[in-house]
Design a protein around this ligand. Structure first.
Ligand code: C2E
Ligand code: CA
Ligand code: CA
Ligand code: CA
Length: 277
């Protein structure tokens, strides 16, 4: 038994090393990617659940690595967070997305809301509020058109710090949403403490619809109504999920059924340029 245990360990060690090496390499390369034009923002549309009108977009960062090709944010965001690079990366996403969405509107498109994801590390960054102010000023995007998405775990890490941060964000006129709602370890009590505008029901609940998940989503909708918040359902993939959400009175929907995250050009072509052909 000892012998086979040792063999298993021996097989495991090189694999760990390879993963660790890739991680270290990605960290070095991510540093260059931010300045080197390897990052892009993709946009996923969000729609009014009742009318089907386009309301806004969620900005989702993409990394096109020169050798490895596209790398998922699920892989490089954690690396960016641990290395502190998320501050620079997040600031780039914010500036880039604000500029692009404001430009669409200047070109005659509808006024859209822009949702941007935030990491815990960015909240603690003293210059962050200034970053937001500058991104809004230089792009011309109205503060009320920007919405920052925070996860429950980000909020619970440092409740007092998060509250102060949120109050400064709201003072700018910028909106706040709780992302992946229902998956964190947080207390519901924060709903009456934090100045939030919107809840995003996690897609793990939406994807159970219509057979399961109903109780939780009904409860989220009731909670949101009680606190005067709107609800976004993310991860809508099937028509019957959309139907259920419409009947339940959900406010906003987002998901592959309605639109994938798209490069800016693709998004403009599909959603912003009137059909002239
Ligand atoms: P998230 O904020 O929960 O974003 C939603 C994720 O679900 C996106 O994955 C999106 O492409 C995917 N998605 C959208 N609709 C559907 C659907 O109908 N079905 C399924 N199965 N998936 C759907 P993505 O783009 O790979 O991003 C993963 C995560 O990376 C995001 O999760 C977010 O936490 C993080 N992330 C992305 N961009 C940024 C960023 O600029 N800053 C920070 N801090 N995090 C980011
Ligand atoms: Ca999000
Ligand atoms: Ca989410
Ligand atoms: Ca997520």
């Amino acid at each position: 038994a000892k012998q086979s245990g040792r063999n298993r360990l021996a097989e495991f060690v090189p694999a760990m090393t390879a993963a660790t090496q890739r991680r270290a390499a990605l960290e070095r390369e991510l540093r260059r990617a931010i300045d080197g034009g390897q990052l892009a923002v993709h946009y996923q549309p969000q729609f009014d659940c009742a009318s089907g009108a386009l309301l806004g977009v969620e900005a989702l960062v993409r990394w096109r690595h020169p050798e490895h090709g596209p790398i998922s944010p699920a892989e490089f965001i954690p690396i960016a967070e641990e290395s502190g690079l998320i501050v620079e990366l997040g600031s780039w996403v914010l500036r880039h997305a604000c500029a692009e969405v404001a430009q669409w509107q200047r070109a005659g498109g509808p006024a859209l809301t822009l949702a941007v994801n935030m990491s815990a590390r960015q909240l603690r960054e003293p210059g962050f509020i200034e970053d937001v102010t500058r991104a809004l000023a230089s792009s011309g995007l109205a503060p009320g058109r920007l919405e920052l998405e925070l996860t429950e775990s980000v909020l619970m890490e440092d409740v007092a710090g998060a509250l102060a941060f949120m109050q400064s964000v709201r003072a700018l006129g910028v909106r706040l949403a709780i992302d992946d709602f229902g998956t964190g370890y947080s207390s519901l009590a924060y709903l009456q403490t934090f100045p939030i505008n919107q809840l995003k029901v996690d897609r793990s609940f939406v994807q159970l619809l219509p057979q399961r998940g109903e109780t939780i989503i009904h409860a989220v909708l009731a909670l949101a109504r009680g606190f005067g918040l709107t609800v976004v359902a993310e991860g809508v993939e099937e028509p019957r999920q959309l139907e259920w959400l419409r009947e339940a009175g959900c406010d906003v929907v987002q998901g592959y059924l309605l639109g994938m995250p798209m490069a800016a050009d693709a998004f403009r072509e599909r959603f912003l340029e009137p059909a002239t052909a």
